[in-house]
Design a protein around this ligand. Structure first.
Ligand SMILES: [Zn+2]
Length: 296
């Protein structure tokens, strides 16, 4: 891990901006590549029926709905997109399916793949353990991951799914201040809405920024709830990238006739944006970014 760790530190030094907002790119951080954005007018997202199986009161459903609603309030004011919650679904599969059901899924993984899957299983090399065994296969220090599938040439997003790491983190929905040595029942450990509001930022095409007070700051210490409220920089992204009454905005003009919907020769990719407990781990989640080619 030594060489890997130093690479991570370098990535933090070179790769992180403090701009009010940073749009996600086909190649993360490379301004020569296209930004990611939705072009459809209505994006339906759905929660897994089981919620967070580590809790019994299941207040996480409402916290996630509230997180999307915070973004939807901004879109309703100055954007062109409607984020709509669909019925809860039994699916436990994230990623883009070329055929069949293709849903924008929100789920909690409560088991670590390293604990429930044999280390020799081919799923680790194939990056399929999470879906096959319903487990968390990213860094243990990453709180949540948004996996987005998009057209590599146009940046147009096809699918986005959010996974929460309940294998490591104790997700709460209370408002009683940080959990101390003696935890009160309403205390905040890893807040669902704080986490989800950040991840929905990735869902709509935002990357991390180190701007002070940003919902898209890559780190979130225990007890934090400030990311529940979307900051002015992230708000301005909605108005600029998804202008009300106009088409969603790429960062590089699309070639004439290119609408991203042609059905041959498309290369799609999947990118993941993570929210981590520490900046170093946030960068580690960037290393977990997965790419797929040849998806049509
Ligand atoms: Zn993130």
């Amino acid at each position: 891990m030594g060489a890997l760790a130093s690479w991570v530190v370098l990535a933090v030094a070179l790769g992180q901006s403090s701009a009010p907002y940073v749009r996600s790119r086909v190649s993360p951080g490379d301004d020569a590549t296209q930004c990611l954005y939705w072009t459809q007018a209505r994006v339906v997202w759905q929660q897994s029926t089981v919620g967070n199986q580590k809790v019994t009161n299941h207040t996480e459903f409402q916290a996630i709905s509230d997180s999307f609603q915070s973004w939807q309030d901004i879109f309703a004011n100055c954007g062109n997109l409607t984020l709509a919650e669909g019925p809860r679904v039994d699916s436990r599969t994230v990623g883009y399916a070329r055929t069949g059901d293709n849903i924008n899924l929100i789920l909690f993984r409560t088991r670590s793949c390293r604990e429930v899957v044999d280390s020799g299983d081919a799923c680790f090399a194939a990056d399929t353990c999470a879906n096959t065994y319903d487990c968390w296969d990213d860094s243990a220090g990453t709180i949540a991951i948004t996996l987005t599938t998009y057209d590599e040439r146009t940046g147009i997003v096809y699918d986005s799914d959010i996974s929460f790491n309940a294998a490591t983190f104790n997700f709460t929905t209370g408002n009683g201040g940080p959990c101390g040595i003696v935890a009160n029942p309403n205390c905040v450990d890893t807040d669902v809405q704080n986490t989800a509001t950040h991840e929905v930022g990735h869902f709509v095409g935002l990357d991390h920024t180190l701007a002070t007070g940003s919902t898209m700051n890559p780190s979130a210490p225990p007890g934090e709830v400030s990311k529940r409220n979307i900051d002015s920089g992230s708000r301005s992204f909605v108005c600029a990238a998804y202008p009300k009454g106009s088409a969603s905005q790429p960062c590089i003009p699309l070639p004439p006739g290119s609408n991203g919907d042609d059905d041959d020769d498309d290369g799609c990719s999947a990118a993941s944006g993570g929210l981590a407990a520490l900046p170093l781990l946030a960068a580690a989640s960037l290393l977990a970014r997965r790419r797929r080619r040849g998806v049509r």
